[in-house]
Design a protein around this ligand. Sequence first.
Ligand code: PGA
Length: 253
Amino acid sequence: MRIFVTKNYQELSYKAADIVEDYLKNSSAVLGLATGSTPMGLYRELISRYENNGLSFQNVQTINLDEYIGLDRNHLQSYHTFMRENFFSHIDIPSHQTHIPNGLAEPLDVECSRYEKLINEIGPPDVQVLGIGENGHIGFNEPGSKFSSETHVIQLASSTRKANARFFDSVDQVPTHAITMGIKSILKSRQILLLASGTKKAAAIKRLLDGGIDEKFPASALLQHSDVVLIADREAWSEVSSSSETIFNVEYL
Ligand code: PGA
């Protein structure tokens, strides 16, 4: 794992954009994308480079990690809406080249198989952008998820529903289930770009680097991948032990 520690969230977003932009030099790049607060600065920066520096997404394909079950794609809090409003509608990517699981599909197991097939056919992503949950989830793979899992339906942990309630009127409105790429699906990506910002993520980053590989902490599966780049800002990095700092290849920006 290569690690960059940045002064703040803005610098984290620039560094992540530099890495993604490198892949876009190959015009037919496949990007694995994530929702949530953490990648929003990355998306803002990529939009700015599209508007000001001629960065183009015309031949890019994107594959998103997950979607809530039961929300229409036009629901304000669906991940379809998130991606459209925060990224896709601001760049030149044709919408048929953007892929997100369909949380209203029936039956859902057929949708899961379709999505995994799509990952194998279009992907795997050259780079997969990932956030990390406070409980160590990646995508919606909650603690206890099998590392051998491909795209599947998952029941959200109550801590995840509470954390995401900030986007809904109340926690009761947060869907109980989601479709998510499995851990095995995520590990198919050629490179993984894990982003962590803020003190709320400090314990998870410490656990990731100090705690060893364990299905109780899904992000620890990333330790089995040969090309992971972690970008953490100082706050998210603040609890990592000095012994981990020496084991891993850490660069302070
Ligand atoms: P966040 O979510 O970026 O909104 O913190 C990350 C996650 O829960 O995976």
